[in-house]
Design a protein around this ligand. Structure first.
Ligand code: G4P
Length: 531
């Protein structure tokens, strides 16, 4: 096998999705710990940066310039080269969070065992389903009182519409947490706070047939409950089916406790076996294979610098095929230009370094003087193709924007259009009127603050934001077949258009979306904007 094929096939690029506080950061830290990339948990990224107020965030962004830190982490584990993509979860939840999922080959979904499926997980899950990527579930915090395990599986199946297959099964929870039963090897791995690394902090593996030993470790009650549940699982649960996992139709489920480091290694080992190496991507000339094609990549995220002194931005690209080598010439297809990438950077655990070489599956961040747009393709000089674009994700918060000083119209329009091009906000207009009224849509409310701050600081324009009550936006899929003027919606429905003139509908509640569909036969609405 050539080195190129070997390098690509040993890569695993995934995103961790969860609702804030489910344990994503803790789990990531533990992964890095196993990879030997860090010595002490807690050093991945300051929690402080994840949980600050808006004003702090501005300061932090300003201080650190461009935050490459929170975007991707690469580390080695076993013979794998792992890329973990960060999906910002707290106030900085934004469209970028969704776009990051476009660069991942699979997703790990972390669920708090005491809470079940929560709102943000649901939203991110939808994007994974759209992409049909494998999804793995880690049910975390078993060392705390948890919901019933069968109920948790039920919740995932009903809420998310994906079949579940538990790979291991918990024995109790909270104070009564005794460990997990590995259904593959038919062994119980006893719970201990493995993080502590003391003698008591050592897990043991006990065969499920070794009744005596098991009883002495987990006690009579837990033993008989486990026996019943094993039987139930054999009879009721979905069978493991690698093909269904690969298609994103079945999620393997693991139970554990990231904080005490229990079940993390088991999870990582199974996950790395079951997930996929970098996947081929579709382009306008057909599928681009990871190993047979020369270098190619697409831009999935552009991060503006909050520091006024450095106006440049960082464009993050996912390498889709072949190998990148320092100083090599590449073609930026959308810009129709042959160029050298400027200081491509990669994150290795906690330090940033200039990339000498990178392979399909890797993510690199490139300084961007303003030439790249989200979805752009880069490829080798001799090639010419475009990867399928990145869809527009539905904003959930809307506001009308007005400039305080009407004389500054030009700067205002320039600023807001540029910020929209970077993909931080989406801008719309009233359906029937001209430009004077602008409606801004964002995925996370923090983006409103960022918009205001950047317009003031970079474009010298003060704005007023008037919040609008809408939460649902729908694209009209068959806009050429529908007479928008005659559309009969609900009283809360508002017709708007994007800058290209595409019609969209805004609703206050989801019920109205259904009602509008019912009242207009043949109308097709979409939750994602076409790429
Ligand atoms: P997030 O990135 O998904 O937002 O979650 P994060 O890892 O920051 O975890 C959120 C809180 O849950 C943290 O507590 C963390 O210590 C705790 N936690 C994570 N995994 C487990 C687990 O398996 N068991 C238990 N019992 N707790 C867990 P915190 O008090 O908010 O933060 P900290 O002050 O302890 O750092």
């Amino acid at each position: 096998m050539s080195d190129l094929i070997k390098e690509i096939n040993r890569r695993r690029t995934f995103a961790i999705i969860s609702h804030p506080d489910a344990g994503k950061t803790t789990l990531t830290e533990k992964f890095l710990l196993y990879g030997g990339a860090i010595n002490l948990a807690g050093s991945v990224k300051g929690k402080a940066t994840a949980r600050h107020a808006v004003s702090d965030w501005m300061e932090i962004e300003k201080e650190r310039g461009i935050s490459v830190t929170s975007s991707v982490l690469q580390f080695e584990y076993d013979d794998f080269c792992i890329n973990i993509l960060d999906t910002p979860g707290h106030q900085d939840f934004s469209e970028d969070t969704y776009r990051t999922l476009m660069a991942a080959d699979s997703a790990v979904m972390v669920i708090d065992a005491g809470k079940g499926v929560e709102a943000q997980t649901r939203k991110l899950f939808k994007v994974c389903v759209m992409r049909k990527i494998p999804i793995f579930t880690f049910i975390n915090k078993m060392d705390r009182d948890a919901n019933d395990s069968f109920d948790l599986l039920d919740d995932i199946e009903k809420e998310l519409g994906i079949a579940t297959c538990p790979v291991n099964w918990p024995i109790g929870s909270g104070k009564g947490f005794k460990g997990v039963y590995d259904r593959n090897i038919k062994k119980v791995i006893t719970f201990s706070d493995t993080e502590k690394g003391t003698k008591e902090g050592k897990s043991e593996e006990i065969s499920v047939d070794d009744k005596e030993k098991l009883l002495s470790h987990i006690g009579e009650d837990a033993y008989s409950k486990l026996s019943d549940e094993i039987e139930l699982l054999e009879g009721a649960g979905a069978e493991f089916d690698q093909e269904a996992v690969s298609r994103g139709e079945l999620t393997p489920v693991f139970f554990g406790s990231a904080l005490t480091n229990f079940g993390v290694e088991i999870f990582l080992n199974y996950f790395l076996k079951m997930t996929t190496p970098p996947m081929a991507r579709r382009s306008d000339i057909g599928v681009i294979n990871t190993t047979e094609n020369d270098f190619s990549a697409f831009v999935f995220k552009i991060q503006a610098n909050m520091n006024k002194a450095h106006r440049d931005r960082v464009a993050f690209m996912r390498i889709c095929s072949g190998k990148y080598e320092a100083q090599m010439e590449v073609k930026h297809v959308q810009g129709n230009k042959v160029m050298r990438l400027s200081q491509p950077q990669q994150m290795m655990a906690s330090d940033r370094h200039v990339v000498e070489e990178a392979y399909a599956g890797d993510i690199i961040g490139v300084f961007d003087p303003g030439i790249f747009s989200i979805g752009d393709t880069l490829c080798s000089v001799k090639d010419e193709f475009r990867f399928e674009g990145i869809p527009t994700f539905a904003p959930e918060h809307f506001a009308r924007v007005r400039q305080v000083d009407t004389m500054k119209r030009k700067q205002f329009v320039k600023g807001i259009t540029q910020i929209a091009q970077e993909g931080a906000i989406q801008i719309f207009q009233e359906f029937n009127t001209g430009l004077e009224e602008i409606i801004v849509g964002v995925v996370g409310v923090l983006q409103f603050e960022v918009l205001k701050y950047r317009l003031e600081n970079e474009y010298n324009v003060d704005i007023m934001l008037e919040n609008l009550p809408y939460e649902y936006i729908r694209w009209i899929e068959n806009k050429d077949e529908v007479d928008i003027e005659k559309l009969t919606g609900t009283s809360d429905m508002k017709k708007i258009k994007d800058l290209k003139g595409n019609p969209l509908l805004l609703f206050i509640n989801s019920w109205s979306v259904g009602m509008t569909l019912e009242r207009n036969e043949g109308l097709v609405l979409a939750e994602f904007g076409k790429a």
